[in-house]
Design a binder for this molecule. Sequence first.
Ligand code: TPP
Ligand code: DXP
Ligand code: MG
Length: 644
Amino acid sequence: MSERPATPLLDQIQYPSDIRKLQKAQLPQLAEELRSEMISAVSTSGGHLGSGLGVVELTVAIHYVFDTPDDKLIWDVGHQCYPHKIVTGRRDRIRTLRQGGGLSGFTKRAESEYDPFGAAHSSTSISAALGFAISNKLANKPGRAIAVIGDGAMSAGMAYEAMNNAHEAGNRLVVILNDNDMSIAPPVGGLSHYLARLVSSGKYLKTREIARRVFGRLPKPVEKAARKAEEYARGMVTGGTLFEELGFYYVGPVDGHDVLGLVEILENVRDAKDGPILIHAVTVKGKGYGPAESAADKYHGVVKFDVVSGKQDKGPGGGPPAYTAVFADALKAEMERDEKVVAITAAMPSGTGLDKVEQAFPDRTFDVGIAEQHAVTFAAGLAAQGHRPFCAIYSTFLQRAYDQVVHDVAIQNLPVRFAMDRAGLVGADGCTHAGAFDLAYLCTLPNMVVMAAADEVELANMVHTMALHDSGPSAVRYPRGNGRGLAMPASPQRLEIGKGRIVREGKKVAILSLGTRLEEAEKAADMLEAKGLSTTVADMRFAKPIDEEMVRKLLTTHEVAVTIEEGAIGGFGAQVLTLASDEGLIDAGLKLRTMRLPDIFQDQDAPAKQYDDAGLNAPHIVETVLKALRRNDIAVDADAGAIA
Ligand SMILES: Cc1ncc(C[n+]2csc(CCOP(=O)(O)OP(=O)(O)O)c2C)c(N)n1
Ligand SMILES: CC(=O)[C@@H](O)[C@H](O)COP(=O)(O)O
Ligand SMILES: [Mg+2]
């Protein structure tokens, strides 16, 4: 007789307390239903798929064994948190992921008490978990902190800074290393080889083994000797594991998809008297979904897709090239021309386009792992010794290496080139990934040259200009997305440092645009001309050094001047304001306005909507000019207030 279909379980689960009402034997079925629900949801929203599929069993087991939300569960990066969100009261909204007004694609404190710590930038989880653990210890409160950190995230120095301190937490801290042998790309460096050795050294530890280790039935020295003998026998590394040497009880490698085995291990760990404990869980990125498991990138980040075929809906194709591709092509041309040019990425080869560069120049392209601080100072060393390094790091991730930029690059005036992709607002990844601050944090540094590409031709020119700029550090910023569809010249033009360009001549209003807001500035000029306001548009190209001669001329020959940039306060507009104030350019009655990102962290939405919310589109420029003019007695025609 055919087996009756099992009663669906996921529909009974609103919160982890519901999971804990289940029989252990039901957990594998719950995990499968949770996996299917996640695949279905992400097929409609797009987002991070592979990493979440890899932690379905861990999610079920952790919430089953630990008393969340009192026990604090902290996901590193947080891109793998979709299963966690489904079982923590957010299943009804999971299809709003990464959309305006919807759920964040990462963990977020404001969203749920089950998200005790926000993430999105990697390798923060152990530090945060340690904070929770020590706070509980000081308050003499029960409750553990569990950090789930991936093998990729474990390549960042911050993880070691935290582990170096972790002994203070004792058994209040549990670290689960989610080792799927993948970052966004395959992992790099000595750590990934080390982890591979640990995993390949023998069978997964079983509960008995773990009980012996975790409970340390044997006095430590004997336990250690017994383990050494066993490790030699299993051909494992000599001495303790790296993690044990840092003061952790190491438990692993264990099968990260055996939900019942995980439950037993976690129950042991939960009741352990000693700690901190690190569980090395071996998982598969993309687990349980064929198209993801077989994809080179394990479907790390996907757009909407067909569940049956796995085919992603990438649109009709064609159209203007992505800025990332333009950058990669331009950099390859420089590496072709000059053997001293080298390229560095911090675990983002595909995102930065360096995967294409690496295909052409494998010996001169370096992926240093999630290690932006190291990447910058590594580049500084290369530059000091005569190479021309291009550090391709997203604007937001370069924030992680700010002191290295100041201390190792700018102060020493070393010719490191920074290619900052994802400048400005980035859409679905929201505020944690917005490239909002690079203009402010770089333009304040002496010696720095900071450029912003207005379009793809400008980007190619700026890469060429940077490659030839040996007298100090330089940076170019460009947005996520595609160019304007301009014809690319056969060869790039070397730009004069600190010189902008006039793209439209006018008399009454001057718009000083930086970067890709130029398109909106030109639209605004048309709208202003239609209102009888003759408008000059300048593409300033350099946020530092600004084109002082052009700024003086524009501010002294126009009645209204407006700066506009895809950055927060303190960037390009501040440079212009400072010049105007230093030279009294405002004293003669000039109406000077700066337009920049609002002083808030903008949540995820479509980029065009984000810029509309930020007030940085053509109608907003027109409105700014009209408001400035209304402050004067010049009559402005009646319908001027009705912004088209
Ligand atoms: C500081 C920082 N640099 C780069 C990234 C981009 N990034 C997001 S996830 C990821 C790979 C993470 O690998 P791992 O921790 O192993 O997680 P998995 O995706 O394998 O589950 C990277 C490089 C980031 N989020 N933060
Ligand atoms: C989780 C993470 O930080 C990366 O996957 C990031 O989302 C990539 O951003 P892009 O999609 O803009 O390359
Ligand atoms: Mg990984």
